[in-house]
Ligand binder design. Structure first.
Ligand SMILES: [Cu+2]
Length: 306
């Protein structure tokens, strides 16, 4: 019933979960049978049936106190070791900075590369995520690894895991954070150690050879602009990119702005500088995420959407 266990700590978490579930089921069954049996056994048989006065039964009382106490201590001890293990990342963990924004995930690697809604990690190596939010509370949740941690504004939280299988797993936001919360999804890509190094070296560079329009289109997908902006006229959280370039846009305060290169650049870096009339100020800033060349490419792509 549980998702596949794909991290080094998942098996232990599952074992404890199964222990608690089985003990609860056994107790539920035992207590239910006892209730039904006693209700039948001690039913009133005649008018003058009188219940005897029983003051106490020490053996019984000690038994039903000690057994649950032992069970609770087992769960506590087991839970505590698991918790300590999950909160203490190994020293050699590879560190990734995670920034949550409504409604996307950014992963910043040690060489400066940033990937949006895609987390790339090496297999069989502990990875530590140091996380914070740019706006409201989010929560990073990877069911396959059995890890979940709140991501807060103005404070760092962290979690660690070691993936045991090459492949992909889903990353969810587990804290209701607004309209597009359910779209706040990312994918964990687990590579062999070698492929991970190659990915890290080439990920940022590879698109430099593409022509700007194709690169812009790719960046719009990779940076999750398309969760809020369509390219075909559909109204999503934000205005469509179709017909945007060169058009006159009305702002919330009545100002009319022509959507030229500078306007688009400002919209990407400082989305709250001017708010398009009829929309909520929910766009996250991409300052520090997109560099000038990438913004150029996105502008070139938007220009083609007439
Ligand atoms: Cu969220």
């Amino acid at each position: 019933m549980l998702p596949p266990a794909k991290s080094t700590t998942a098996a232990e978490t599952d074992a404890l979960f199964h222990f608690i579930t089985s003990v609860s089921l056994i107790l539920l069954l035992g207590i239910t049978i006892a209730i039904v049996y006693f209700a039948w056994k001690y039913r009133r048989r005649s008018e003058d049936d009188v219940t005897p006065v029983i003051t106490h039964n020490s053996t019984l009382e000690i038994t039903w106190s000690v057994i649950p106490l032992i069970l609770v201590m087992i769960v506590f001890g087991w839970g505590l070791t698991g918790y300590m293990n999950l909160t203490t990342p190994p020293d050699d963990a590879y560190e990734i900075r995670v920034v949550a924004k409504s409604w996307l995930w950014e992963f910043h690697y040690q060489n400066g590369h940033v990937s949006v809604n895609e987390m790339h990690v090496p297999v069989d190596r502990p990875v530590k995520l140091v996380m914070s939010s740019d706006d409201v509370i989010h929560s990073l949740y990877i069911p396959d690894y059995r890890v979940k941690m709140d991501v807060l504004p103005n404070r760092y939280t962290s979690l660690w895991f070691e993936a045991t299988e090459i492949g992909e797993s889903v990353i969810y936001c587990a804290e209701y954070c607004g309209t597009a919360h359910s779209n706040m999804l990312a994918t964990a890509h687990v590579h062999s150690q070698e492929d991970f190094e190659i990915w890290l070296e080439t990920a940022g560079a590879e698109d430099d050879d593409m022509d700007p329009v194709a690169r812009g289109e790719q960046l719009v997908t990779r940076n999750a602009c398309d969760t809020c902006h369509s390219s075909d006229g559909t109204r999503l959280q934000g205005p469509t990119f179709q017909g945007l370039f060169g058009s006159e846009r009305e702002m919330e305060d009545g100002e009319i702005v022509v959507a030229d290169e500078n306007y688009i650049r400002e919209s990407i870096l400082e989305p709250n500088a001017r708010i398009t009339a009829g929309y909520q100020p929910v766009m996250p800033s991409y300052a520090g995420t997109l560099d000038d060349r990438q913004i150029d490419a996105i502008i070139e792509y938007i220009k083609t959407l007439e």
